[in-house]
Design a protein around this ligand. Structure first.
Ligand SMILES: C[S@@+](CC[C@H](N)C(=O)[O-])C[C@H]1O[C@@H](n2cnc3c(N)ncnc32)[C@H](O)[C@@H]1O
Length: 195
């Protein structure tokens, strides 16, 4: 789902991306980073994280976002690099081939995807066996989900238990999980591996 202009003003900030990069560096302690060559970022916003990964680790990085305006801004502000690609993609219907990606990143994007379970299936499809998935996002308390569920149709609504169960059902092993302080909300960070 596309964000409003106000949401974009809040989200498209470099210092927000720096927090995301710190979480990725923490996740990298849990995975075999030398086996990573190709990275797919879902909901890349304006591309700071994807650019950092291409510049600092020399990965081939695909930064993708549902919103063509976000990708247009990204292409204007981020440096051009041979191994860095930005393109429009919907996380629930990716154009990437089966088993073609070593690492998928989804930071703060699942709560924008009403069909978030379909996105997990797509991630499992494009990842190679043993590939990694780094996920960071808000989760709702059960009673809050219940209140919102009848009338909120444009956002992904899930509890921590919903998301954890869905990861495991779609074949992911949990390597690391933590709760991250995030104001009045619960944010969770998962490092997963496709079995
Ligand atoms: C809250 S922003 C997060 C941006 C960045 N990952 C971050 O953490 O700052 C959510 C991004 O996900 C994108 N998005 C929403 N629905 C999507 C979908 N179905 N597939 C891919 N990206 C999507 C939005 O356009 C937006 O750029």
């Amino acid at each position: 789902m596309k964000m409003t202009k106000i949401e974009k003003r809040f989200v498209n900030r470099k210092n927000k991306a720096e927090g995301n990069i710190r979480k990725i560096q923490q996740a990298f302690q849990k995975i075999e980073i030398d086996k990573i060559h190709t990275v797919l970022e879902l909901g890349c916003g304006v591309g700071f994280v994807a650019t950092h990964l291409a510049e600092s680790y020399n990965f081939v990085v695909y930064g993708t976002d549902y919103d063509a305006d976000q990708i247009q801004i990204t292409n204007e502000i981020q440096p051009k690099m041979e191994q860095l690609h930005f393109q429009v993609e919907d996380a629930i219907k990716l154009s990437f081939a089966d088993s073609s990606i070593d690492l998928v990143l989804a930071q703060n994007v699942f709560h924008h995807i009403p069909g978030w379970e379909a996105a997990i299936l797509e991630i499992a499809r494009v990842l190679r066996s043993g590939g990694y998935f780094i996920w960071l996002d808000l989760t709702l308390l059960k009673f809050i989900k219940k209140i919102f569920h009848p009338f909120v149709k444009n956002y992904g609504l899930y509890t921590l238990n919903d998301i954890r169960t869905a990861f495991e059902e779609k074949g992911f092993k949990i390597l690391f999980q933590e709760r991250v302080p995030h104001g009045p909300f619960k944010q969770h960070h998962f490092v997963l591996q496709l079995e």
